[in-house]
Design a protein around this ligand. Sequence first.
Ligand code: SF4
Ligand code: SF4
Length: 299
Amino acid sequence: MSILDKLACMSDTGEILIGVAPIERFEGLAPAAHPASILPGAQSVIVTATEIQRGDYRGLEEGTVWSPAGRWDYGQPIKVAQIVEREGYNCVPYVPSADAAMPGRPVRDGAVAPNVGILVEYAAVAAGLGEIGYCGLFMTRKFGIRQSLGVAITDAPLPGTPISMETICTKCKKCASLCPLGALSATQSMTLTIMGKKMEIGLINENACKVCPNGVYTDTQLLPGWDELYHKINKSNQLVSFSQPVSGLSSLNRLKAACGRACVASFEHEDMRRYSHDFRVRAPWGMRPEEMEDYDDYK
Ligand code: SF4
Ligand code: SF4
């Protein structure tokens, strides 16, 4: 049984998608974001997309339970690494690190300064799993935006998963029209191209997202900046463009925010599981920061 066959067994129950990006698909990325900076001699990057159950969104959809959805997954990459290393290859399970790098400078001349930050959504597109939707979140046909992404870097040479040029996002723009802060533009967008796959992404004012009381999170409360989430903003929400498109997409976890839930409620694809009833059972709620009772505490 080949490594790929063994990896395919992990997807048997349908809740995990696995794709492979040969290292050539990362050509041109800076060393600070390149998988080979972590594993010299890397040949392949294996990416997992693990379904986040639709029910996990229910608390925030009702506005009764606040909890983040895990954007990054370390568990599946560890299983991938176990499979690959059993075959005698190196395999590095990777998760974006919130830890402070010690030391904060290269350990030798010519080395890359820690921490190398793999662009996980980039890797997921390069591994043929899906695309970045208009909302700026990674999407697959099977789960929409509802997945946790995991990465494992290996020196095993593996065939790449084909990248489909078919668009997944329907461009319904519900993610933009249902943003209570008007932070995601329905009319202004940028095009991001990865391996020839062009993706239209709405311009977003991430400064507004940082103060959004509608379900946005940083990926860990330990991240510096967590306490910066609630700041005063004015009502104009000036739109800004991404200066660094991919890393800019990665800075906040919007999976369960109003924009993300608008996509969960509206996106359908024939590859998706069918449910007995709709996700959205009433008009969505939405708040602005200044409407929060304890808003004055965060000024
Ligand atoms: S809500 Fe519509 S436009 Fe926005 S990301 Fe989802 S499918 Fe695309
Ligand atoms: S995180 Fe909040 S402010 Fe930002 S786009 Fe989503 S709903 Fe709008």
